[in-house]
Design a protein around this ligand. Structure first.
Ligand code: EPZ
Length: 417
């Protein structure tokens, strides 16, 4: 449980962790490459620990030295058992690499999760286009590539991040060329392609909607520095914004922050970006964030929606959110409501009437980014907030409580149930 005493006024500076959503596909890519891969700036997260367990189950040897993760890639199994799959839904990203490395793969369907059904239809239909045969019976995905993986033209109905990553990992060593139309453009895709090309891959157009991948015979692992976590960065920015704070973040990639700047500047924050740092100064009281609609990159990212809703909860005036990516991504509105926020949710739309102040309460995290948003709101609230379900937060934030404490917040972690 996190025990947070508000209100706080954040001051100081911290370094931002490496990106969870880049580390996971990079670990899958390390499976595909022969020899040793060294990932620098690899965050210590429970999701990363599960991904490492999966790699070790498949035959790789992994060891961590601080923020360096060393993977000696070998593959002796092509099946991910249920308990490991259940630990992390994004394990589906191992499918493409396993099918490519050993011509077959078996894993149990990742199933729904807290954000909605999380279908994998785009993953499967795309891999089938590359000649992967997939049997979905019995709640398992059994994949075989009898003729090996053949390059093909694939058009994604939606620029799915995970499906794009699976496709790239299946295509990079395929026979022939693959063209992916309507590919995801997220920075994590660019990070993955930069690593694969350094390992000998030929992936062109990363960050654009059309990717061209010339299959190569094999890839050899290399060193790579995981990109900074843009969502961790925006979470700390929101913490400063709600608390009238003034903080500096080190190790940010400022280009990735640009699509998220509008709500901060609209609500009266002053953001200065220089090199790998970002400084944010917040006003005593925030204005409204006006209108947020989540879109695929380079639109406003869905992962930043919860933290920005916490800002809107205490901002003056009305803010409107439209969540276009996930069906069920307003669960944090319940916890915010218990703290006194005025939020009306109607399907994809949430209308937030900013209030003068929130009050500490007992709240529960229902998912990773929603939990972080409740932490942010607790910093602005009068009194004590007891936040349970912080295991969700540990999936994606390397010591969020510690980071906020470093900036002057009063956050305690307690085993109290
Ligand atoms: C990745 O999830 C991230 N996770 C998510 O971050 C992020 O919110 C999301 O991309 C969007 O940016 C990781 O990278 C591990 P999608 P992913 O496939 O790949 C639908 C966090 O908090 N869809 O782009 O699962 C899907 O249901 C997490 O760090 C299909 O319909 O996202 C969703 O509505 C949360 N069929 C939408 O597309 C498919 O086959 C976006 O999903 C695949 C997806």
């Amino acid at each position: 449980m996190f025990i947070i005493d508000g209100p706080a006024e954040l001051r100081g500076e911290i370094s931002v962790q490496g990106a969870k959503n880049s580390t996971l596909p990079l670990l899958s890519a390390a499976l595909l490459c022969k020899g040793q891969t060294v990932l620098h700036n690899c965050p210590e997260l429970s999701d990363v620990n599960i991904a490492v367990k999966i790699l070790e189950h498949l035959g790789c040897r992994c060891r961590r030295e601080g923020h360096d993760l060393i993977v000696d890639s070998a593959i002796t199994s092509c099946e991910i058992p249920e308990d490991l799959m259940r630990g992390m839904r994004s394990s589906i990203v191992f499918l493409g690499a396993m099918a490519a490395r050993c011509g077959r793969a078996r894993l149990c369907s990742p199933g729904g999760c807290e954000l909605g059904p999380r279908p994998i239809d785009l993953h499967l239909s795309s891999l089938r286009r590359l000649g992967v045969e997939i049997d979905e019976s019995g709640g398992w995905l059994t994949c075989t590539a009898p003729q090996g993986i053949q390059g093909a033209y694939v058009s994604l109905a939606f620029p799915s991040v995970g499906a794009t990553e699976n496709l790239i990992l299946a295509a990079v060593c395929a026979k022939g060329t693959t063209i992916i139309a309507n590919a995801a453009r997220e920075p994590e895709i660019c990070d993955l392609c930069e690593y694969l090309n350094r390992c000998g891959g030929r992936v062109y157009g990363a960050g654009e909607s059309c990717l061209i991948i010339d299959g190569v015979k094999e890839l050899f692992g290399c060193e790579h520095r995981v990109m900074p976590d843009r969502i961790a960065a925006v979470t700390y920015m929101a913490a400063a914004a709600v608390s009238g704070g003034n903080i500096t973040l080190r190790d940010v990639d400022n280009t990735h922050i640009l699509p998220m700047l509008a709500p901060f500047e609209e609500s009266g924050c002053e953001v200065r970006q220089m090199g790998g740092c970002l400084n944010i100064m917040a006003p005593r009281r925030l204005g409204p964030v006006k209108h947020i609609r989540t879109m695929p990159y380079p639109g406003f990212p869905t992962d930043a929606q919860p933290a920005v809703m916490s800002m809107a909860a205490v901002g003056q005036g009305t803010s409107v959110f439209v969540e276009n990516i996930f069906e069920n991504r307003y669960r944090h509105a319940q916890g915010l409501g218990r703290m006194g926020a005025q939020i009306k949710v109607e399907g994809k739309v949430a209308v937030v009437e900013g209030v003068e102040s929130l009050t500490g309460a007992a709240v529960e995290a229902a998912d990773l980014r929603g939990g972080a948003a409740l932490c942010v709101a607790a910093l602005a609230a009068e009194g004590r907030t007891r936040l349970t379900g912080e295991a969700h937060i540990r999936r994606g934030y390397e010591d969020l409580a510690g980071g906020l404490r470093e900036l002057g917040a009063r956050v305690r972690e307690s085993e109290e149930s």
